[in-house]
Every structure is written in structure tokens, then in C-alpha cells.
Design a protein around this ligand. Structure first.
Ligand code: CTP
Ligand code: CA
Length: 226
């Protein structure tokens, strides 16, 4: 309701959110993917829209309906497609939230025909490194306010803070995954880090967590960018 009357913490801002996994094709019937459900990113997109932002949601392969209030959804499959869609959408955006679990590698060649089993022999796949979407955005002349996610199985704080610095992010949301936490769970807990502070967001539903995250993104955005 607040959004429709121009209020809200992100009123007047364009926000791009990426969500879900990427799939990297091996051949016409096989791919390399990951366990991201897309639910955290979709919840962030919904919360940003509820906070008054004009939201573009760039979604990897997920089976989720477009959240209420989201202005535009672009469906992609591979990391390369996600990068192209994000860069296009981010051109006139003030904030990018990278909630997608972008595949780090793709098969060097995508076979045009289904690979046939060679009985008795191992198969070796050569993988090529994918572009880093956040790092690509950070290297632009006037990057949007950049929010990353770090899903880690161990040493969560250290890896998250390292990614914040290395990728030149304005904020990173870290969570522990594995053992029923994170990707496939309905609830989640996050620790937010920015260059001179941090905040723990206690375990709750992904929807409630997304609203709290969006509040903090709005506050940090206003503090840094006015
Ligand atoms: N990310 C990205 N492009 C990639 C890989 C990751 O934009 N090719 C973003 C993710 O959307 C996320 C953040 O970077 O917001 C951290 O992703 P993560 O996989 O944790 O970081 P990596 O640098 O890939 O490190 P690693 O997988 O080795 O932990
Ligand atoms: Ca990665």
C-alpha cells in the first residue's frame, strides 16, 4: 500500500535482483546446476517492490511465480545469459542484489548431440570459468550499490568479509548452508557485513528475513549515496 502512494524505503529507486541457480549445459539433455531454490532472491524482490522500488527480477531456472509488485521478470538459464540480462537491467538501476547462485564454471564445449556412454571408461569434462557478474558490475565507471550473498558451509564470516572486499561490494549477506540449512530450507538466518559494520538477522522465514534485509540495504544506500 505504501508503495502505491510513493512511500517506502526504496521509493523512486530501480533495483535489480538476481535469483536462483544457473544451469550450464553439457549436451541437449544434461547440465551442471546447483541446489539454489530461488526462494531467498524472490523474497528479496518482493520485499524491495513492497518498499517502493521498481524491481527487475533476473531469474535462473526455478519453478516460482513472479512475486507481487515485481515490475519485470527476465528468465535465463546459464551464467552468461544471467550476466547479459543483469548488465542490461542494471544500466539505469541504483541497486543490484546478487542473490543468484551463479555457476562458477561451464563445460568448455556444449555437445550438440547427446553424449553416448563409453562403457568401462571414465568421462572427463573440461570446465571453463564463468564471468563474475558482481565483479563485472563493480568494475564499471559508476556501479550501482552492490549487495552480494555468500552461502558457505564453513568459516562463514571470514569468507563473506573477504568477498565483500575482493568484489568491492557495499554489503554482503552471509549464511551457512548444508545440513538442511539455507538453499532448500523454508527459513534462513543471515549476517550482514558492510565495510564498517555488521548485523545479525536471526533465523526466521525467508519473507521476513528479506524485509529486514531490504530495510538495511535502504539504510546503507541512503547513508552512502544520499
Ligand atoms: N557471483 C556472481 N557471479 C559469479 C559468481 C558469483 O555475481 N560468477 C555473486 C553471487 O551472486 C553472490 C556472490 O557473488 O552474490 C558470492 O557468490 P559465491 O559463489 O559465494 O562467491 P564466489 O566468488 O564464486 O566464491 P566461491 O564459490 O569459491 O565460494
Ligand atoms: Ca561461486
Amino acid at each position: 500500500l505504501a508503495a502505491s502512494f510513493g512511500g517506502g524505503a526504496l521509493a523512486g529507486l530501480k533495483v535489480v535482483v538476481s535469483a536462483g541457480p544457473t544451469y550450464e549445459d553439457i549436451d541437449p539433455v544434461r547440465f551442471i546446476g546447483n541446489r539454489s531454490s530461488g526462494r531467498m532472491g524472490f523474497a528479496v524482490a518482493e520485499a524491495a517492490a513492497a518498499a517502493g522500488a521498481a524491481v527487475t527480477l533476473v531469474a535462473g531456472p526455478v519453478s516460482l511465480p513472479t512475486p507481487a509488485g515485481v515490475a519485470r521478470r527476465v528468465d535465463v538459464r546459464s551464467a552468461a545469459q544471467m550476466q547479459a540480462a543483469v548488465l542490461e537491467a542494471a544500466r539505469d538501476a541504483q541497486i543490484y542484489v546478487g542473490a543468484a547462485a551463479v555457476g562458477d564454471y561451464r563445460p568448455q564445449q556444449v555437445a550438440e548431440r547427446k553424449l553416448k556412454k563409453q562403457a568401462g571408461a571414465d568421462l572427463v569434462l573440461q570446465l571453463a570459468e564463468n564471468p563474475d557478474i558482481l565483479a563485472t558490475l563493480a568494475a564499471q565507471p559508476a556501479p550501482p550499490f552492490l549487495v552480494g550473498f555468500a552461502a558457505e558451509t564453513h568459516e562463514v564470516a571470514a569468507y563473506a568479509q573477504d568477498k565483500l572486499r575482493r568484489k568491492k561490494l557495499d554489503m554482503i549477506a552471509a549464511n551457512e548452508v548444508g545440513g538442511g540449512r539455507g538453499f532448500e530450507a523454508g527459513d534462513n538466518a543471515l549476517t550482514l557485513y558492510w565495510p564498517d559494520g555488521s548485523l545479525e538477522l536471526a533465523r526466521t522465514s525467508k519473507a521476513a528475513l528479506a524485509r529486514r534485509l531490504v530495510e538495511q540495504v535502504a539504510a546503507r544506500y541512503r547513508a552512502v549515496r544520499g
